[in-house]
Ligand binder design. Structure first.
Ligand code: SAH
Ligand code: SF4
Ligand code: F3S
Length: 467
């Protein structure tokens, strides 16, 4: 989880952005919005749409929920513990609401969509519940609350992409930004709640994606990440596919780095790989979640690829983009998974030697295919043990991958001071490795620098900038 809060700084950046598109100044109404986001990058991108919609209504933003008039929590349903975290946070907002009954508390995002009006029954402090496709309705819904009613809109749409809304960049570094290129998901992986909370898959007009990238470049941004649950199935009007969109964005500026997430093993094409290989500014990094290394489990998960198919895609990446970093998501202890099948996941990890991994115990989600058709029969302690074996292997593999950079020079886009020390700067290389090096006069955030790597941990490369 990462908290996303509005700060005055980001607000100023937003105003600058608007000056560029030459809009009349909007009057502020003195009311303050606080928004916090959970879950995937798409949710964070959505919060920037929400902030934009309320900014148009005259709202100021605040990083302190105690002084807010409206508190929004943009929620995630992917695993049970993600939902639990939101409920705990809501009870903290409840304490503020008891002191200030006028405070409006809104639940947005995937939990809002999953629980709908149940939320209003279960959590009395919640005034408004809004699903991911209904954010344009927020001003009207807030109005309803002000008239003393509870308000809800959880309608899903087949068209909504918010293509015309210029996001207010929240809590950003002014250098890297997300661009949503599609919404929803049509895949129906059996464990996954996303198709229920986000609705049908739809792609956004490529011209609006390119226009957003151009606007970011004109504001000084240096990196964009194109977002979708399955970017490889991007399709606009039956003509523009993901490889073509990627190329269109890469051509916006040679100085703009382009990343994307998430690729689906069943859909990633050689055309996409050749496009990455052809453009220096498309980063050599692919997030290609395997979920399991065993074909029977993959079939139960409804992932629609086999172990061999996945390995073939890995081989294609290694051949077409030899220095490409690859990361994964893995679920430990899916329904009926045996010890041997778990071993297949570990051996897949040996085969790929992932640069990064995101690993989870299986968590049954109500309403999903797995919840309806399969039994969540792997005991919790077995799930945890399998997960820890996966985590240990991933740590070894991440270290192995980072060690390959030691003694070499890498090109880094400087993002700002490192988390641990103001005296150090940090940024990522092309393969998405975090690089930390001592700050030196003349090196600023937003610049590309070459860093000589001296050593590494399992998460970070450490070195010295060459100037
Ligand atoms: N669209 C992406 C996944 C988005 S969800 C894809 O297809 O890869 C992010 C990750 O959460 C998934 O890759 C999966 O590993 C994990 N996940 C999803 N549902 C889960 C569940 N019910 N229990 C545990 N992990 C889950
Ligand atoms: Fe969920 Fe599968 Fe869609 Fe990813 S591709 S969001 S895991 S249904
Ligand atoms: Fe969570 Fe919804 Fe994203 S369930 S992972 S916030 S699409």
């Amino acid at each position: 989880m990462i908290d996303l809060q509005l700060t005055d700084k980001t607000h100023d950046e937003a105003r600058q952005g608007e000056a560029l598109v030459i809009e009349p100044p909007r009057s502020r109404n003195g009311r303050k919005l606080y928004i916090e986001s959970y879950g995937c990058q798409m949710n964070f991108a959505d919060s920037e749409i929400v902030a934009s919609i309320l900014f148009d209504q005259g709202f100021e933003t605040t990083g302190d929920y105690q002084e807010a008039d409206v508190v929004f929590i943009n929620t995630c349903s992917i695993r049970e513990n993600a939902e639990q975290r939101v409920r705990n946070r809501l009870s903290q907002f409840g304490a503020v609401k008891r002191r200030n009954p006028k405070l409006i508390v809104g639940v947005l995002g995937c939990m809002a969509e999953r629980l709908k009006s149940k939320f209003l029954e279960e959590e009395k402090l919640v005034d408004v519940v809004v699903g991911p496709d209904a954010y344009r309705d927020l001003p009207q819904l807030i109005g309803q609350v002000e008239e003393g009613q509870k308000a809800i809109n959880v309608l899903l749409s087949r068209e909504e992409t918010y293509a015309d809304i210029s996001p207010v960049r929240l809590n950003g570094n002014g250098i890297t930004a997300f661009i949503s290129i599609m919404r929803g998901c049509d895949n129906m992986c059996s464990f996954c709640v996303v198709p229920f909370t986000r609705g049908r898959e739809r792609s956004r007009d490529p011209e609006s994606v390119v226009a957003e990238a151009r606007e970011l470049v004109s504001q000084g941004y240096k990196e964009v990440t194109l977002l979708g649950q399955n970017v490889d199935s991007y399709k606009w009007n039956g003509i523009v596919n993901f490889a073509q969109l990627l190329e269109m964005v890469a051509l916006v500026s040679p100085d703009l780095r382009v990343r994307f997430s998430t690729s689906h093993p069943k859909d990633i094409t050689d055309e996409v790989l050749y496009t990455i290989a052809r453009h220096d500014n498309i980063c050599n990094y692919i997030h290609l979640p395997v979920q399991s290394g065993n074909t029977r489990i993959l079939e139960l998960m409804n992932r629609t690829y086999t172990r061999e198919w996945y390995m073939n895609r890995i081989d294609a990446i290694r051949t077409i983009i030899p220095d490409c970093a690859i990361s994964t998501d893995i679920i430990a202890g899916f329904c009926t998974e045996t010890e041997e099948e778990h071993q297949d996941t570990l051996s897949m990890m040996d085969y790929v030697r992932y640069d990064y991994g995101f690993m989870f115990c299986y968590s049954e989600r109500p309403g999903t295919l797995a919840a309806r058709k399969l039994t969540d029969d792997v005991p919790e302690e077995v799930k945890k043990r399998r997960l820890s074996e996966i985590l240990v292997k991933q740590q070894e593999s991440s270290l192995f991958r980072l060690q390959q950079f030691v003694g070499k020079t890498v090109r880094v886009l400087v993002e700002g001071p490192s988390k641990k020390s103001e005296k150090d700067l940090c940024g990522r290389n092309d393969q998405n490795a975090m690089v930390v090096f001592p700050a030196t006069d003349g090196i600023e955030a937003g610049q590309y620098v070459y860093v000589q790597v001296d050593r590494c941990t399992s998460a970070t490369l450490l070195g010295t900038a060459l100037i």
